[in-house]
Ligand binder design. Structure first.
Ligand SMILES: [Zn+2]
Length: 120
């Protein structure tokens, strides 16, 4: 995985905040994926680097936590929407199947009246 792939993947996974090397008393917090994303740099292909969304010294704790909450709640909403949409599609499919089965049954039992004009 290269840097761009790591970045792309990072948008799809939950984030967390973490303390920088200075420790809990530092004003800043880093933002990183909950599960580490490792990537290779072209200049050092054998070394795995951990991808950080926001590195140390850029965001204060409150803002970092705000962004993480925003991102994670957005992911949760997407996860909630997708299965229910799928469920809805399955219900529509199932209903269409019932309707089309019923129509076939009716048409087989009672052929279209050729005199009604609609079938011409
Ligand atoms: Zn810091």
């Amino acid at each position: 995985m290269n840097f761009d792939q790591a970045k792309e993947l990072s948008f799809l996974v939950p984030w967390k905040t973490a303390e920088c090397f200075t420790g809990p008393d530092c004003w800043c917090r880093i933002i990183l994926p909950v599960e580490p994303i490792l990537y290779n740099h072209p200049e050092s292909p054998d070394v795995k680097h951990e991808y950080f969304i926001v590195d140390a010294g850029a965001l204060d704790q409150e803002t970092a936590e705000y962004f993480v909450d925003l991102h994670n709640s957005c992911l949760e909403r997407i996860a909630q929407i997708t299965p229910s949409n799928q469920e809805l599609l399955n219900m529509i499919d199932k209903r269409n199947k019932i309707v089309s089965d019923a129509m076939v049954k009716i048409l087989q039992e009672k052929p279209i009246d050729k005199d009604c004009g609609i079938s011409q």
